[in-house]
Design a protein around this ligand. Structure first.
Ligand code: ZN
Length: 245
């Protein structure tokens, strides 16, 4: 796998020390959704001490704000967070942050561009290989926040044909797999409470449950929500995928 193309722009607020990288945290900037968001994270004009390892802009361009991922860390998830037994500052020290440029009011159309989704996925795939991580080490700010104050990346398309996981698995030569990270499945995006799934020829209720919930054994949830009397589904059928309670 080739290293993604990126542009270096060193962030002002970078700290020494990186124990080992244990995960990747996805965010959205909730700014303007433009290059200004990258410039802000490189050098916040309002005095907030924040930074991030990478940004991904709407044209798919990747900006690397941490000049040395092995030795330095950024300040992207240090408050009210918990991940793998680490809290607050320890989380930000041990994770690579990726800010996906997005407007505060989600008014851009499309909300995320295809170039942005695929660039984010390819960057994650490369980082997973580079730091010997696994898919379940990819998480979101929403998942690791402990006080409910963050829900980013908001409305990011993880699922579906042009979704994050499809690009991620395809880059690893496993396009059919696109399974959801088990950690991520625990906290569904509140903006995507009711999803639908177009049944493909190889799908089973169990494989669909695995995809959306991370557990095949949850297939009765989908069966019940759709009023199915058996587990038989047919290609082209549209199923409601309820939020896991
Ligand atoms: Zn965030």
């Amino acid at each position: 796998m080739d290293q993604p193309v990126w542009t270096e722009l060193q962030a002002k607020y970078i700290r020494d020390g990186r124990p080992s990288v244990v995960g990747i945290v996805l965010h959205d900037t909730a700014g303007s959704g433009t290059h200004s968001d990258t410039l802000y994270l490189a050098n916040p004009g309002d005095g907030r001490k924040v930074s991030v390892d990478f940004t991904v802009e709407r044209n798919g361009s990747v900006w690397k704000l941490n000049p040395d991922l092995m030795k330095l860390h950024c300040l992207h998830a240090g408050r009210a967070t918990r991940f793998k037994g680490l809290v607050n500052g320890a989380v930000t020290r041990a994770t690579i942050g990726i800010e996906i440029c997005q407007s505060a009011d989600l008014s851009l159309s499309p909300v995320y561009t295809d170039a942005q989704v695929s660039s984010t996925a390819l960057l994650c795939a490369w980082l997973v290989k580079r730091f010997k991580l696994t898919t379940s080490d990819i998480t979101t700010h929403r998942q690791i926040i402990t006080d409910g104050s963050r829900s980013d990346p908001r409305r990011f398309p993880f699922e579906g044909g042009a979704g994050f996981w499809q690009y991620y698995w395809t880059s690893m030569g496993k396009g059919e797999q696109h399974a959801v990270s088990a950690i991520m499945a625990k906290t569904p995006d509140p903006d995507l409470q009711q999803r639908t799934h177009n049944v493909a020829s190889r799908d089973t209720l169990a494989s669909i449950a695995k995809k959306y919930y991370g557990r095949a054994s949850l297939w009765p949830v989908i069966q019940k929500a759709n009023g199915l009397k058996s587990s038989i589904i047919v290609s082209g059928q549209v199923l409601i995928i309820p939020a896991k309670s």
